[in-house]
Ligand binder design. Structure first.
Ligand code: MEV
Length: 307
């Protein structure tokens, strides 16, 4: 018996960090890059193989907080420990790690879906998302839950922590270009740093998060009305606030400026910051120009995605 499943990457369009503090955010799947999981019989042993990242271990030998082990165990738990003589899960992923593209949540989502399917079950997106959120919490500290939600639903989402996500639809498709600084950054570390600073000065941070929250609401309206120019302006404004928050870095700012100079309607860092990716909103005719400009400005990878 064999079962396979996959899950996409993601980017945050508006609202990262503020979303951890109860403000709304908008995230969209990036379907051009995916994580895959395959489950097949292997009588007598239960193995996890993620050869891309040099991991191969039997389930019981993995460190208890290993995210792959957690995803498997939490899924088996959810499925009420179905009987099996042993299986091997093989994981592969095209999603760059630690770049704000949700690679961890995508790998967990692929594992949950493939395992459920191996045991003859099809889980609803909210069930998948809830299991992956448990992995994220153990592994990432205090995530808002937006990554597991957008990836499990594989749809643009308007998200507020602890609320049912609103599946979100833009009036017309739009193009984003994702530019990678090549710098790895740990979401957990950046989120923890922001929390420390928030504890030191709550009023200042709450005000900034309110302003980001307003941008998210206006961004949703602009997307629903198909007003790309306005969306671009709001992305620029969101980036400025993330700079103020202290989560940007010179390389991110440099790519944002390069995209803007080349004709992007708006650009911002996306995800936790301190590295990872920027996203630029572009009209069809400037895709090539903005991609070239990002390459010249030092982006190590470029991905165009239609939302
Ligand atoms: C990470 O994709 C987005 C952050 O807001 C963290 C979170 O929401 O869990 C930085």
């Amino acid at each position: 018996m064999e079962a396979k499943a996959s899950a996409p990457g993601k980017v945050i369009l508006f609202g990262e960090h503020a979303v951890v503090y109860g403000r709304p955010a908008i995230a969209v799947p990036v379907k051009g890059v995916r994580a895959w999981a395959k489950v097949e019989d292997s009588p007598g042993q239960t193995l996890i193989r993620a050869l891309d990242i040099g991991k191969e271990f039997s389930l019981s030998e993995a460190p208890p907080d290993d995210p792959l082990r957690l995803a498997v165990e939490l899924t088996l738990n959810f499925l009420e420990f179905p009987r099996a003589t042993g299986f091997t899960i093989t994981i592969t992923s095209e999603i760059p790690i630690a770049r704000g593209l949700g690679s961890g949540a995508a790998v967990s989502t692929a594992i949950v879906r493939a395992l459920a399917s191996y045991f003859g079950r099809e889980l609803a997106p909210d069930e998948v998302s809830a299991i992956v959120y448990e992995v994220e919490k153990i592994y990432h500290g205090t995530p808002s839950g937006i990554d597991n939600t957008v990836i499990a639903y594989e749809s643009p989402v308007f998200f507020i922590k602890n609320q049912k996500p609103v599946l979100f639809k833009a009036q017309k498709p739009f193009n984003i270009i994702i530019g990678d600084t090549g710098i790895s950054s740990s979401t957990k570390e950046v989120v923890l740093w922001v929390r420390k600073r928030w504890e030191e000065n709550k009023p200042w941070h709450e005000k900034l998060f309110d302003r980001i929250g307003e941008i998210v609401l206006s961004g949703r309206k602009a997307a629903e009305e198909g007003d790309l120019k306005r969306m671009g302006e709001l992305m620029d404004e969101n980036h400025r606030l993330l700079v103020e928050l202290g989560v940007s870095c010179p390389e991110l700012d440099h790519l944002v400026e390069a995209a803007k100079r080349a004709g992007a309607l708006g650009a911002k860092l996306s995800g936790a910051g301190w590295g990872g990716n920027i996203i630029a909103l572009v009209e069809e005719e400037s895709i090539v120009q903005v991609s070239e400009a990002l390459k010249e400005a030092g982006a190590v990878a470029i991905l165009a995605s239609m939302v």
